[in-house]
Design a protein around this ligand. Sequence first.
Ligand SMILES: NC(=O)c1ccc[n+]([C@@H]2O[C@H](COP(=O)([O-])OP(=O)(O)OC[C@H]3O[C@@H](n4cnc5c(N)ncnc54)[C@H](OP(=O)(O)O)[C@@H]3O)[C@@H](O)[C@H]2O)c1
Length: 238
Amino acid sequence: MRSSVSNNNVRTILLVGASRGLGHAMAAEFLKRGWNIIGTVRGTARTELHDLADEHNGRVEIASLDITQPDEIEALHGRLSGRSVDMLFVNAGTANNNREETIAQVSTEEFVRVMITNALSPMRVIEGLQGLVPSDGLIGVMSSGQGSISNNEKGGHEVYRGTKAALNMHMRSYAARHAEDPRALVLMAPGWIRTALGGPKAPFSLEETVPKIVSTLLSHQGKPGLQYVDREGKTVPW
Ligand SMILES: NC(=O)c1ccc[n+]([C@@H]2O[C@H](COP(=O)([O-])OP(=O)(O)OC[C@H]3O[C@@H](n4cnc5c(N)ncnc54)[C@H](OP(=O)(O)O)[C@@H]3O)[C@@H](O)[C@H]2O)c1
């Protein structure tokens, strides 16, 4: 851990995958809204989150987590034991290197890599760290509109779509298993946004989308049960 987020009256988000892109921009937006951040990055290299931590003295705590490594999830749980966070949000995700390859073309190795990162690992993080979130808290995960089965009428991005659809299904199973849980559960479809993953052709910037993503998450606090929503808060068809 880099430093300690100390003020107990300030709300805290544990944001998993906050080194760059959407996760980093979400961290900056939550800071603007008065929240403190526990943000995770992979490894020990300096990231954009470290710059944010330097600019916000004592309000950003940085922890190391590769979500595909169960021992790292366990270690983070150990380090945070005895503490609670108002929101746990798993943003970390990836895409196959050749986005346009079909399910017929993708190598088994690449399919497994993307599926483990986007579907299995976020669920392992949620299963491993959900105990940090109190009954009025929120557990969220970054899905995608491309994870919608019923909206998939044009195809494309077959591998990535499959991983986010699998993530959605696993969250529904989690919600069913925790049917009496009063916590809010959110699958976020943020829209197509210019990041390393979204690429330069994406129609939306981080600046015009991330404040909406954060507002929608905040609006779901205190609402039990699982919702699959876009950044405007509109329900996405499963
Ligand atoms: N951009 C879009 O248009 C769009 C649309 C829908 C959904 N999404 C979803 O939004 C999330 C963020 O995407 P982005 O666009 O911001 O992409 P990005 O700029 O490529 O950032 C990906 C983030 O995920 C982290 N990450 C990847 N694999 C990880 C792992 N195994 N363990 C821990 N962290 C890992 C990366 O950390 P490192 O810096 O260590 O690599 C980075 O912080 C993803 O889940 C993505 O699927 C994006």
